[in-house]
Structure formats: structure tokens, C-alpha cells
Design a protein around this ligand. Structure first.
Ligand code: GLN
Length: 188
């Protein structure tokens, strides 16, 4: 069973992308909702808000435990990806899960460039249309982190074991291949 963290952000779009793959996802709003899940998608939105609520509701601690056990796969997009990271550059106090061995830079493409779209080349999948909205980039990647796509010289899609993180929003395109890739990672 796959869940979508539904505290804030564009979780409905992720549910819809999964539905197009024939998968009905559970909305996760409290830690009890994590029971029995093999995979969790963390949406885009506002990473400070997502982080604060996830900590307050005990979701952060439970997800960290499940990931450490190897029993939960994660896919974070944009703000969701920021929440997964070990370090958030310039925001040391921002609540985060810390399971992805990377530092993220929020708004890495400049605050003045609110959003843009760019065609990416994803390793193993081919061309993929990237929708970027106040997007972060991944930096200082640990040795276990694989870069699956870059924009210029900045990594924008990375994977560490069963943890997948994208700076862009695959849920805002009709293309479900990255969601399918994630379900495969999770063994679903
Ligand atoms: N810049 C936002 C943040 O730092 C993320 C934007 C998004 O998820 N589209 O939380």
C-alpha cells in the first residue's frame, strides 16, 4: 500500500498520478496512517510547514524509524525532497527527516525565477518534462546517493536506496513514469 503525506501541499495531484497507474493511495495525516504502508510520497508545497506539522504529529519520528528498518520507501518532490534531506543550507533549525544523505539548497534557481519548465534526461527513463516551482537543488551528495537527472550542473533527481527525491514536480505533468519507477523501487 502507498500513502501520500497530506499535511500541506499538492498531495491531491500525487494521488491523481497514482490513480492513473491504477493505485489508490492513502492520505497520511497522522502517524497511525503509516501502518501497513510500504511507500510514502511527500508532496511539494512549503517545506517549513510540512516539517513542523510532521514533527508535531509524530510522523517524522515514525517515518525515520520505518526508513531505517528498510520497510518504507520514500518519494519527495520539491518541498518534500527538502524535508528528506540531511541538511538544509541556511536553515539549520528547519525540521527535517534527514534520511537522504544530501544538503539541499532551497530556491536554488533564484527567487526571481519563480517557476520554469525544462526538458530533462532521466537515467533509465529517457526524456522527462521537468516543472520547477521555487525549486531546490541537491548538493554535497553522500557516496550512497545516485544522480538520476541534472539541470546544468545541478542534480535535480537523486536516489539513495529506496529513497527518491526530485527538485521538480512530476505530479504536475500527465507523465506517470517516475511514479511507476517509485512503485517499482518500493516493490509494489
Ligand atoms: N521553495 C519551497 C520550499 O522551500 C518549495 C517549493 C515547492 O514545493 N514547489 O518549501
Amino acid at each position: 500500500m502507498v500513502g501520500v503525506l497530506a499535511l500541506q501541499g499538492d498531495f491531491r495531484e500525487h494521488k491523481e498520478a497514482l490513480r492513473r497507474l491504477g493505485v489508490e493511495a492513502r492520505e497520511v495525516r497522522k502517524k497511525e496512517h503509516l501502518q501497513g504502508l510500504q511507500a510514502l510520497v511527500v508532496p511539494g508545497g512549503e517545506s517549513t510547514t510540512i516539517g513542523k506539522l510532521a514533527r508535531e504529529y509524530g510522523i517524522e519520528e515514525e517515518v525515520r524509524k520505518r526508513v531505517a528498518e528498510g520497510s518504507l520507501a520514500l518519494f519527495g518532490t520539491c518541498a518534500g525532497a527538502i524535508w528528506l534531506a540531511r541538511e538544509i543550507l541556511g536553515y539549520p533549525e528547519q525540521p527535517r527527516l534527514g534520511v537522504l544523505d544530501a544538503a539541499v539548497e532551497r530556491n536554488a534557481f533564484g527567487r526571481q525565477v519563480e517557476s520554469f519548465e525544462e526538458d530533462l534526461e532521466v537515467r533509465g527513463l529517457g526524456p522527462f518534462h521537468g516543472v520547477f516551482i521555487r525549486a531546490p537543488a541537491f548538493r554535497r551528495l553522500g557516496p550512497g546517493v545516485e544522480v538520476l537527472a541534472e539541470l546544468g550542473d545541478l542534480p535535480v533527481l537523486v536516489r539513495q536506496g529506496k529513497v527518491l527525491a526530485s527538485a521538480f514536480h512530476p505530479e504536475l505533468t500527465p507523465d506517470t513514469r517516475l511514479h511507476r519507477f517509485f512503485l517499482d523501487l518500493a516493490g509494489l
